[in-house]
Design a protein around this ligand. Structure first.
Ligand SMILES: [Zn+2]
Length: 384
């Protein structure tokens, strides 16, 4: 588990044109819920000599929310309200435990609005969007994204500090890697592909995950539709917007983004655990865009490389990039002959010179590995 803390933008900005006022109101609202619960518990205790259980309290709160008298609680996220009940329950449990052990411990107290600082959302009611945006409730906010978030987000706490600035604390399931690794003596070259994510020079292949294939299909569909429309036409623009919208659709788009992040980090760890040195082609994204369409950047090769280089630097694994102009696919890995007539569609080919039957990606990986071995250390990129 790892928590990331980010500061929210302070100036009023959002798609709907408002600032953090809503978040302040939500925190204030929770202060009210908290104090209401504390008062309730105290009254109940005075009458019955015991406290209300968490689940009864939760049920009671959801009932109150529906009453007109508590209409101002209605905009508060249900989960966060339940969280208040859980926190109060925790407070009482701690009190009982401490008192049983003979320690001094006060009961949960009333808190002034000024002292009340946060609310917490679990699975729903929030979503990390692309770039530095987060949706909380129905609104979208921006935060200072000082670092990449690793792992799957599980919980978000919106906090207010003494100055009235708002922060988000995102908890993920990420586990810090054990960065002390023992040398394995393994070195391999890898070729990036669309169907097979990585093809290893030594036969170590990484298949593309399902979500990746889904985005790949969307890209193909888009390219097909997009390219059949006349350039500059309204239909072409419509096709472009359609796809953009699909990617932005809450749920699909962000889920894919999260899954992709997850896949990237896991793969980066897997490879850096296994290899002392990893040789790759310096990706020519412009060239790939020309070949596969501009949406290829959605597949996140460049993002993966960034993460791999970062993890490798933590674990002292060497990442070597070979020159992007080296024809790794067209060169026969057996005799070195260059097949200029090789087409992108040729998945296998026979070397015109030595007649070896070659698998396109494997052949490229073998070449990358070999060229990487002789790449001068000055060109080696192993730091961030
Ligand atoms: Zn050959």
């Amino acid at each position: 588990m790892k928590t990331y803390k980010f500061k929210m933008y302070n100036h009023p900005w959002s798609r709907n044109g408002h600032g953090n006022g809503e978040l302040h109101r939500t925190i204030d609202g929770h202060a009210h819920v908290w104090n209401h619960c504390v008062a309730l518990q105290r009254r109940y205790y005075a009458i019955y000599g015991k406290y209300i259980s968490k689940f009864r309290l939760m049920k009671h709160l959801s009932k109150l929310k529906k009453l007109t008298r508590f209409a101002h609680w209605n905009p508060l996220p249900s989960q966060a309200i339940q969280d208040v009940a859980a926190r109060i329950d925790k407070g009482y449990k701690k009190m009982f435990k401490d008192r049983a052990e003979g320690k001094k411990c006060g009961r949960p107290r009333f808190k002034s609005r000024r002292k009340y600082k946060s609310f917490t959302l679990t699975q729903s009611g929030w979503k990390l969007l692309s770039d530095n945006q987060i949706r909380i409730g129905k609104r979208i906010y921006r935060y200072f994204k000082s670092r990449e978030i690793q792992g799957t987000p599980k919980r978000c706490t919106v906090k207010r500090d003494a100055l009235g600035d708002i922060y988000i604390c995102v908890l993920t399931d990420y586990v810090e890697p054990d960065t002390i690794r023992t040398m394995t003596g393994n070195i391999a070259g890898f070729d990036f592909g669309l169907k097979r994510y990585l093809t290893g020079s030594n036969g170590h292949d990484i298949e593309s995950p399902l979500f990746f294939k889904r985005s790949l299909n969307a890209i193909k569909r888009f390219n097909r539709r997009h390219s059949t429309k006349r350039k500059g036409s309204k239909n072409r623009e419509r096709a472009r917007l359609d796809l953009a919208r699909k990617h932005r659709r809450p749920g699909l788009g962000t889920d894919i983004a999260n899954q992709r992040e997850d896949f990237h980090w896991k793969l980066a760890h897997q490879l850096t655990d296994k290899y002392d040195e990893i040789r790759l082609e310096d990706l020519n994204l412009q060239g790939m865009k020309a070949l596969w369409g501009r949406k290829v950047s959605d597949l996140g090769f460049a993002d993966f490389i960034k993460k791999l280089v970062y993890i490798a630097s933590l674990k002292s694994v060497k990442i070597t990039f070979i020159d992007r102009w080296y024809p790794s696919s067209k060169t026969c890995s057996v005799c070195g002959a260059v097949n200029e007539s090789l087409n992108l569609r040729d998945r296998t080919w026979q070397c015109p010179s030595c007649h070896t039957q070659l698998d396109r990606d494997r052949n490229a990986a073998v070449n990358i590995n070999r060229v990487g071995a002789s790449t001068p250390s000055g060109e080696v990129v192993s730091s961030r």
